[in-house]
Design a protein around this ligand. Structure first.
Ligand SMILES: [Mg+2]
Length: 160
C-alpha cells in the first residue's frame, strides 16, 4: 500500500461499538480487530484520519473528545474530519457500499462471483467443499498474519 494519502476510518460502528446515539461525549468501546488494523497502518507510516459525521460543524470539545478516545485506545491523537478529499485512498465504514471503479458494480458481488467460481473449480476437481469454507479459506489466506487470530474469531460464525 502506498504511504501517500490517508485512510479514513469511521468511528461509530466501525472503530467503536455503536448501538444508538447518546451524546457527543459518549463513544463506545473499541472494536479490537479494527483497532489492530489501524495500529498496523500507523506502524507502516500510513496516515489515518477518523472520518465521522460527529465532526460536521462540531465545536472543538467534540473533536477533543474523539481524539481523547483515539489516544486512549490507539495511542495517537488522530486527525478528525468529515471531509472526503483527493488524498483519501480508502474509507472504512459500516454503512459504505464498495463499488468497482468506473463500473457501478458492487465490489462484494464481484468477490462473491469470484469465490463461487473458485468453489466450482474445487467441485470440478472432485473436492467436496462448502461455499462458506471457500470464503473462510480465502479470507484467511489474505489476512495479515498479525491479525490472523482476530480475523479467525471474527469469521468463526460467518455463514454466507
Ligand atoms: Mg458508522
Amino acid at each position: 500500500m502506498s504511504k501517500r494519502g490517508w485512510i479514513g476510518v469511521d468511528l461509530d460502528g466501525t472503530l467503536a461499538q455503536y448501538d444508538n446515539w447518546v451524546s457527543p461525549d459518549r463513544i463506545g468501546d473499541p472494536i479490537p480487530l479494527m483497532v489492530a488494523r489501524v495500529k498496523g497502518w500507523l506502524g507502516q507510516g500510513v496516515e489515518v484520519r477518523i472520518m465521522t459525521a460527529r465532526a460536521w460543524n462540531a465545536p472543538q470539545e467534540v473533536i477533543d473528545c474523539i481524539q481523547d478516545w483515539t489516544e486512549k485506545h490507539i495511542g495517537h491523537r488522530l486527525p478528525v474530519t468529515c471531509t472526503k478529499e483527493d488524498g483519501m485512498i480508502q474509507l472504512w465504514d459500516d454503512r459504505a457500499v464498495g463499488v468497482v471503479p468506473n463500473s457501478g458494480l458492487r465490489a462484494e458481488s464481484v468477490l462473491h462471483a469470484a469465490l463461487k467460481r473458485h468453489h466450482e473449480w474445487h467441485q470440478e476437481d472432485g473436492l467436496e467443499m462448502k461455499l462458506g469454507d471457500v470464503y473462510f479459506d480465502c479470507a484467511s489466506a489474505y489476512c495479515d498474519s498479525s491479525l490472523e487470530e482476530e480475523t479467525t474469531a471474527a469469521l468463526a460464525g460467518y455463514q454466507p
